[in-house]
Design a protein around this ligand. Structure first.
Ligand code: NDP
Ligand code: HEM
Length: 496
């Protein structure tokens, strides 16, 4: 038997009744246990993630199956068979912490590799592309995915207004509106690092890279109707599905593959290879297998290990580098900032975030410092007392950056303004006839909800993008919405 105690370890008896003046009298101020209980309860909530608030996570192992040491000196890739502990958190994007798992939304796919060179976070989605390509647009974009400031409801009008005014979103919009926008839980979808990163080898040679996690469970989606039903039946479907599979020993797996592009290839590529709204064709840049990620352990405590987990694309390890992808650059700043706000300045010391290997630096104090705070050791650098030194072996190769700086560049220059070719290829060559039918129906179902005096303007603007990607796609959605070609043509006449 264990004693019931206060937070400071004092054993006590009365957990269910408060000290009072006689059995029916008022309560006594001296019952500090009542204060402690109520005050702690009042502080149980922390800010939810500003995006990706609803999520599920599990621990597992990453095992190297192929030798990629020619491309990267990262220790975790160092030898075939090498295993690294991981935490993988899946999420929806726009919904609040209590929202349903089967909402139409991209799914987050955030992996923390606990490597001996520190924690590497690969924070991606279940899609290889994204809606925008400049981080300054992110808050505006997310506002349209969340609640209307007046009605406090989700608004298809805001959503399609944004999409139609930002045609670079089209590629991701087609992924989102296909049945892969409502995956059957988290086990049956792929994951993508999405951005372009860099691999660096022992000779300091670099190559650009994209990361793909291919589901070994196979792709399985809900149709729009099934997803809607499941929202009511079990809003926590994906959480339950993942948890139960792992509890049953049915461990989900993904094969990690990479695509590589040299600097020369990047220079001569038809489009900007750092543009997050585009993929690198797998025909030109074939997938290379690296290893297998298996999830095999549920966290024991959701708040401690999932809610308090902090992933950031800024955390890369030796052998891996960033790229000039503007979105990646913006995210490097945004995530640790969000985590300092959400979890406090010492969030890296929380057990789920703490590097299990060595951490040595001169950061001290701060709210909720929970380790030994460096004990007696010096808290400044350089000093004459300790033996902590930067190791030149970790020097990154120099990157030549010769670019003019200006407030504004023409973002529609060559290789930047084609928002339609890849969405067109996706529609024509990748989707099956049934996928196409569902995509058209799903787009129409959502666009039908555009309302207000600008309904026609927004709708027609989006039609233009759909037509520019593929004529049959545009016609399909127009027919499904019952819009006549005449009405469309009328709208397209120059005004005035
Ligand atoms: P490929 O034919 O080599 O690849 C097509 C890719 O599409 C495969 O990765 C396939 O993998 C995936 N795919 C198949 N069905 C769907 C679907 N319903 N929704 C989303 N993805 C699907 O051609 P390319 O690499 O030249 O790309 C052609 C188009 O495929 C691109 O324009 C892009 O829209 C799309 N795509 C490309 C990816 C890439 O990284 N190159 C990744 C995903 C999609 P799987 O069936 O295992 O998902
Ligand atoms: C979470 C910002 C683009 C995937 C977050 C969080 C912020 C954020 C602030 C919450 C972090 C936290 O509180 O711990 C941004 C900004 C972006 C951007 C500013 C664009 C500039 C993207 C892209 C992807 C992505 C392109 C995927 C390719 C995720 C994922 C999470 C997340 C998976 C949840 C991580 C977790 O499970 O804890 N984002 N994001 N984000 N973002 Fe982004």
């Amino acid at each position: 038997m264990k004693n019931l105690t206060t937070a400071s370890g004092i054993p006590y008896l009365h957990h269910e009744d408060t000290q009072s003046a006689g059995p029916r009298g008022p309560l006594l101020l001296q019952d500090f246990i009542l204060h402690e209980k109520l005050a702690h309860f009042n502080r149980e909530r922390i800010p939810e993630r500003i995006v990706h608030a609803k999520g599920s996570a599990a621990y597992g192992t990453f095992t190297v199956t192929q030798d990629i040491t020619a491309y990267s000196k990262a220790k975790l890739f160092g030898a075939i068979g090498r295993q690294t502990k991981v935490l993988l958190r899946f999420s929806t994007v726009g919904g609040e912490k209590g929202s349903a798992d089967t909402e139409r939304d991209p799914r987050g796919f955030a992996v923390k590799f606990y490597t001996e060179d520190g924690n590497w976070d690969l924070v991606g989605n279940n899609t290889p592309v994204f809606f925008i390509k400049d981080p300054k647009k992110f808050p505006d974009f997310i506002h349209t995915q969340k609640r209307d400031p007046f009605t406090n409801c989700k608004s298809a009008t805001m959503v399609w207004d944004f999409f139609s005014l930002n045609p670079e979103s089209l590629h991701q919009v087609l992924f989102l509106m296909s049945d892969r926008g409502t995956p059957h839980g988290f086990r049956h979808m792929h994951g993508f690092g999405s951005h372009t990163y860099t691999l660096i080898n022992h000779k300091d040679e670099t190559v650009y890279v994209k990361f793909h996690f291919k589901s070994c469970q196979g792709i399985k989606n809900f149709t729009s109707a099934e997803a809607k039903l499941m929202r009511g039946e079990d809003p926590d479907f994906a959480q339950r599905d993942l948890l139960n599979a792992i509890e049953d020993g049915n461990f989900p797996k993904w094969v990690l593959k990479i695509q590589l592009m040299t600097a020369e290839q990047a220079g001569s590529n038809a489009f900007n290879p750092f543009d997050l709204t585009k993929v690198w064709s797998q025909k030109e840049y074939p997938l290379i297998e690296v290893g297998v990620l298996e999830l095999n352990q549920n966290p024991d405590n959701y708040f401690a290990e999932v809610e308090q987990a902090a992933f950031s694309p800024s955390r890369i390890v030796d052998g891996i580098g960033y790229s000039p992808d503007k979105m990646l650059q913006g995210r490097i700043l945004a995530y640790p900032d969000a985590q300092r706000y959400r979890l406090g300045v010492n969030f890296e010391q929380l057990p789920v975030n703490r590097c299990p290997f060595i951490v040595n630096n001169y950061q001290r104090d701060g709210s909720m410092r929970v380790d030994d705070n460096g004990r007696r050791s010096p808290n400044y650098f350089p000093n004459s007392f300790d033996d902590i030194r930067p190791d030149p072996a970790y020097r990154r190769p120099a990157e030549p950056i010769v670019h003019p700086v200006a407030d504004w560049f023409d973002r529609n220059g060559e290789g930047e303004n084609d928002h339609y070719s890849q969405p067109g290829i996706f529609y024509r060559d990748v989707l099956s006839p049934e996928d196409k039918k569902h995509l058209i129906a799903n787009i129409a179902e959502s666009m039908r909800q555009i309302e207000g005096p600008l309904k026609d303007e927004i709708t027609n603007r989006q039609f233009c993008h759909l037509f520019r990607a593929d004529f049959n796609l545009g016609m399909g959605v127009m027919n499904e919405l019952g819009v006549s070609a005449d009405k469309m043509a009328e709208h397209l006449q120059p005004k005035g």
